[in-house]
Design a protein around this ligand. Sequence first.
Ligand code: NAD
Ligand code: LMR
Length: 329
Amino acid sequence: MSNVKRVAVTGAAGQIGYSLLPMIASGGIFGPNQKVALQLLEVTPVLGALEGVKMELEDCAFPLLTEVTCSDDPKAAFKDTDACLLVGSKPRGPGMERKDLLQDNGKIFIGQGQAIAEAAGPDVRVIVVGNPCNTNCLIAMHNASGVPQDRFTAMTRLDQSRAKAQLANKSGKHWSAVKNVTIWGNHSNTQYPDWHHATIDGVPAAQAVNDDAWLAGDFIATVQERGKAIINARGKSSAMSAAQAACDHAKSLFTVTKKDDWASLCVISDGSYGTPEGIISSFPCTTDGSGNWQIVQGLEMNDFSKQKAEITWQELVSEREMVQGLLAN
Ligand code: NAD
Ligand code: LMR
């Protein structure tokens, strides 16, 4: 058992927090041999409810959980952290798009980026879940002076898992048989879930599904609009699946992810595949298990894929323009 890993979770008394905290405390990110401490952040009026969450965490008596702290001060919550999961922010309601949240949520990530730079551990990794997560991540990254930009990632893991589930259901296979699905671009309804390199039980996905019109039509639309479908059905946005995805995303960073089933991570674009540089965009990535990722190179993108990817990249460019004033450096 190595030293305790310190994990900050913001918005910890919210819906996602309530599902995510027990997953982390059970070893969901760092595995069954690693002790963890949870450092929880909430806004001041919610600190009372957060104390209740802390009581419940203690009452679970998780063998791996060493400590739970609660605060409304980002610097206290991020102190010496190995991982910061930035969940705290408003969710959208019916009839809204995620980017409609930028006005309210964007500014949260200025102060949190600054606090990460001041207080987090020297090797911290940051995972942004709060929407619109790509551009919120960009804001945090730009305000975390001195923290390398590759430490910041945002989450399209839920979209990747949704795409796997759709492909599995359509082909009559289990979702664990589906590998190498890519989400390109933004965690929004312009995202491009790409099946061209995916396999199902080792067979190319297009062959296993045997319905090109479905792949190019309903498959893409279902994944793009799944968040909305859940809001319409539940009256609240996804939480259990979002928490699982956040945990899976973080676990992908801290365990080795190979090219035989890459992870879609939103990371700073270096221009790979023609993506505009400097935006936080989703790419197929491998990881080395120490928090470092690499964009998978050399995948062929046909004209259909290029066209779909361009739409979502341009949306990210326009979101960046909307928050230009919040980007410190
Ligand atoms: P929620 O309203 O249930 O909880 C959010 C919590 O954040 C609240 O308790 C609130 O008090 C807290 N909060 C707000 N501002 C804060 C701040 N500045 N510092 C700390 N805490 C703060 O919402 P939820 O359902 O848990 O969703 C949280 C966010 O995650 C939303 O923006 C939602 O859209 C997003 N989300 C993203 C994905 C994804 O795939 N990237 C999936 C699901 C949800
Ligand atoms: C999701 O994809 O479920 C989340 O981003 C929540 C939302 O607003 O759709």
